[in-house]
Ligand binder design. Structure first.
Ligand code: AMP
Length: 436
């Protein structure tokens, strides 16, 4: 019989590692709340055309990596529909913004999300087929200030604060502008012309992109194509005055706020919806998959999927990569293995007739906020001690005598001391900090 395993590119996240995932998510929620972002949760699958129309048909994500299926109709009133597991969350958020008419509030919508995304990529360290993103979007009608360069700078400053509070040092903010839709169209024409003599020497994907969507040639990862890509015109030379001024205001605000950045004229990001500011935060400790997060403006995205004018800016961070970065840092800092948090007490009932009273005691202590591991009356005392020593700071022995007298036997593993404790005093004893 074959054994079933998690599908290639997917993984189980187990304790104690999940505690680190939770810490990152909690820090994100706390930091984003200070910038007045609220949480949005969108469905994990969407109509396929949402991604085709926003991310772009020629992108790697849409052309190669999506998990798409034809959903059968269950009733005559339903039509079969092409559905896709979301490969990213911005398109879903903007779809929700349009569907719920959030623009009609006249306010800037500041929304964050945390959840899994799906791409059929070649798995390697830091790259999975199911991965988690934490992201945020600031989107709204132009009258709400959604186009302001201050929004870009504020989001970037928030990200710098988040990474600093998480304890991730040594990040680099790579910054560029890909200009307005008109600038990009002009740049695409320039690239198309420049690629006419070069494309025949490039990979088949680039030969196709050189005609259909030349900007995507810059995403090519084929090593032999890189020297050719280096010679191509840069997008910065195609920017109109408005885009230049917008970008200058973003960088000026970043300088004023003291957020360091590095200009990278090749940063165009692998999604079609980006306009003007684009960015990535990279980290040297990650190896080949060195992008911790990426994002940018998407001023025309809402219109491209049938919505009102709603400029916006957002980002998505790879939670898997934040975890890898923090794990590497923690491994560096101490040679001792990280301690999974131990329970406050292990309750050991001495005999099966004491199982029910033990559950009652555990319930009392848990309701008082303690972390309790509950043993089993069928265990010998030696086995209870061994199990307790591995999982808890104390063992509380509950025998017939203890039950009758209300005086419990408690051993503190750190000090090795065993004492008799009246049941009413147990909470204050367990609340004492761990002996060093
Ligand atoms: P993107 O918008 O595609 O650049 O994705 C934003 C961020 O999500 C990246 O910077 C990565 O941190 C993370 N990410 C993207 N794809 C994957 C993947 N296949 N596995 C793990 N993390 C990913």
């Amino acid at each position: 019989m074959s054994t079933l395993k998690a599908v290639r590119g997917t993984r189980d996240l187990l304790p104690p590692e999940t505690a680190l995932w939770n810490r990152i998510e909690t820090t994100a929620r706390q930091v984003f709340a200070r910038y007045n972002f609220g949480e949005i949760r969108t469905p994990i699958f969407e109509d396929t055309s949402l991604f085709a129309r926003s991310v772009g048909e020629e992108t790697d994500i849409v052309s190669k990596e999506m998990y798409t299926w034809e959903d059968r109709a269950r009733a005559q009133s339903e039509k079969p529909q092409s559905l896709t597991l979301r490969p990213e969350n911005t398109a879903g958020v903007v779809r929700a913004y349009i569907e719920h008419k959030l623009g009609e509030t006249g306010q800037l919508q500041k929304l964050f999300y945390i959840g899994p995304q799906f791409r059929r990529e070649r798995p390697q360290k830091g790259r999975y087929r199911q991965f988690w993103q934490i992201g945020a979007e600031a989107i709204g009608p132009p009258s709400a200030g959604s186009e302001s360069p201050l929004r870009d700078a504020e989001i970037l400053e928030m990200l710098a604060t988040f990474l600093d509070e998480l304890g991730i040092a040594g990040w680099t903010l790579e910054l560029n502008s890909v200009g307005s839709a008109a600038d990009r169209a002009r740049y695409n024409d320039t690239l198309r012309a420049a690629l006419v003599p070069l494309a025949p020497q490039m990979c088949v994907d680039c030969q196709r992109r050189a005609v259909t969507n030349p900007l995507r040639v810059l995403d090519c990862k084929v090593p032999e194509d890189q020297p050719i890509i280096e010679t191509l015109p840069k997008i910065g030379d195609s920017l109109g005055q408005e885009s230049i001024d917008h970008f200058a205001a973003v960088t000026a605000a970043l300088q004023a706020a003291g957020v360091p950045y590095h200009l990278n004229p090749r940063l165009v990001r692998g999604l079609d919806y980006y306009t003007r500011t684009t960015f990535e935060f990279t980290h040297g400790g990650l190896g080949a998959q060195n992008a911790l997060l990426g994002g940018g403006r998407y001023d025309g995205l809402s219109e491209s999927i049938g919505g009102p004018k709603a400029p916006g800016i957002g980002f998505a961070m790879g939670l898997d990569r934040l975890v890898l970065t923090l794990q590497a840092k923690e491994a560096d800092q101490s040679s001792a293995p990280p301690q999974g948090a131990k329970a406050d007490a292990y309750i050991a009932p001495l005999g099966e007739s004491l199982n029910a009273p033990a559950l009652t005691l555990a319930r009392e202590l848990r309701r008082a906020g303690f972390r309790i591991e509950l043993g089993d009356g069928s265990f010998r005392l030696k086995k209870s001690f061994e199990a307790a020593d591995k999982t808890a700071r104390h063992i509380v022995i509950l025998g017939e005598d203890e039950l009758q007298s209300g005086i419990l036997t408690v051993k503190d593993f750190a000090s090795g001391l065993q004492t008799k404790v009246p049941r009413a005093e147990l909470p204050s004893m367990l609340a004492k900090p761990m002996a060093q």
